[in-house]
Design a protein around this ligand. Structure first.
Ligand SMILES: [Fe+2]
Ligand SMILES: [Fe+2]
Length: 149
């Protein structure tokens, strides 16, 4: 069962005005939460992750990165097709996130026990920070274009 903390994270995701993208954000956050359950239990019990936990985490990261790349590219196609003025900056933001995902994936592949807290902290922050600020900007832009003037 999902903890109250994790349920609250899902509640925090903003509506970006496109049901398919909202669903993709929820799915990504679901993967983040599954990874956080593994990291969180080691942190709260003050112990290292087992090999099995590292392997499970690596599998979640694989899926998370593949799915994030698909979502980012669908989002960019949509923003370009609808003439979003900040589209190039949005691409830069996505590229930076993919770099960070790859960086933390390497830490997971190395079973880097020293950085479990950093991996966890970053993992919990990146998606909400992007969706709730950067994706929200395009949502507000398109909403203002639709509104009768
Ligand atoms: Fe998004
Ligand atoms: Fe985005």
């Amino acid at each position: 069962m999902r903890s109250e903390f994790h349920t609250k994270l899902l509640d925090k995701l903003v509506d970006v005005g496109e049901p398919a993208f909202n669903m993709a954000h929820e799915k990504l956050l679901d993967m983040v939460i599954n990874a956080d359950v593994i990291l969180g239990s080691a942190v709260s019990e003050n112990r290292s992750l087992s090999t099995e936990e590292w392997n499970n985490l690596a599998n979640i990261f694989d899926e998370l990165i593949s799915y994030a790349k698909i979502h980012f590219s669908e989002e960019m196609d949509h923003l370009r097709a609808h003439g979003y003025p900040n589209v190039e900056q949005h691409q830069v933001d996505h590229d930076a996130l993919v770099d960070e995902l790859n960086h933390f994936q390497r830490k997971v592949m190395e079973n880097d026990d020293a950085n479990v807290r950093d991996i966890r902290k970053w993992l919990l922050a990146w998606l909400l920070n992007h969706v709730n600020y950067k994706d929200l900007e395009y949502a507000q832009y398109f909403a203002s274009k639709k509104a009768p003037s």
